[in-house]
Design a protein around this ligand. Structure first.
Ligand SMILES: [Zn+2]
Ligand SMILES: [Zn+2]
Length: 136
């Protein structure tokens, strides 16, 4: 719980009960969940929670840099508590999103002179068929 509160405070986000619950879920579930998944998982324990609150909270977390928004799956926006540069692999068969290490060259872009532009996000997306689906 404390780690979650610290994470929110580090990013200048007021730690309300619902924000803590959403951030905690994201930190514990590294499956890149969607708004729907988080809402479905948390609503039984937080009956006052609405889907709009989940959406708005994830937006704040993302804007403040406490989480990142993934648009790898065009049907669903996904969220990731891991904000370090890493690549994502979307399985076109099962829809799972996997974390992959990304090339050092990609990480270096952050430190490259971008002609005065400030890079805040780098997305590296791969799509294909995952190991598990290939085995079936
Ligand atoms: Zn798969
Ligand atoms: Zn990830």
């Amino acid at each position: 719980m404390e780690i979650v509160v610290e994470r929110l405070q580090e990013h200048n986000i007021k730690p309300s009960m619902q924000r803590i619950a959403i951030m905690k879920y994201l930190m514990e579930h590294r499956t890149h969940p969607t708004v729907d998944e988080i809402y479905t998982a948390l609503s039984p324990t937080i009956p006052t929670l609405s889907k709009t609150t989940v959406y708005n909270t994830l937006k704040i977390l993302s804007e403040q840099g406490a989480a990142q928004t993934l648009t790898i799956d065009e049907r669903n926006t996904c969220y990731d508590a891991d904000t370090s540069p890493h690549a994502h692999f979307l399985c076109k068969s099962c829809g799972r999103i996997y974390d992959l290490p990304c090339d050092d060259a990609v990480k270096k872009v952050v430190d490259t002179d971008m002609d005065g532009h400030e890079v805040q996000e780098i997305h590296y997306y791969y799509k294909g068929i995952c190991k598990q689906c290939k085995e079936d």
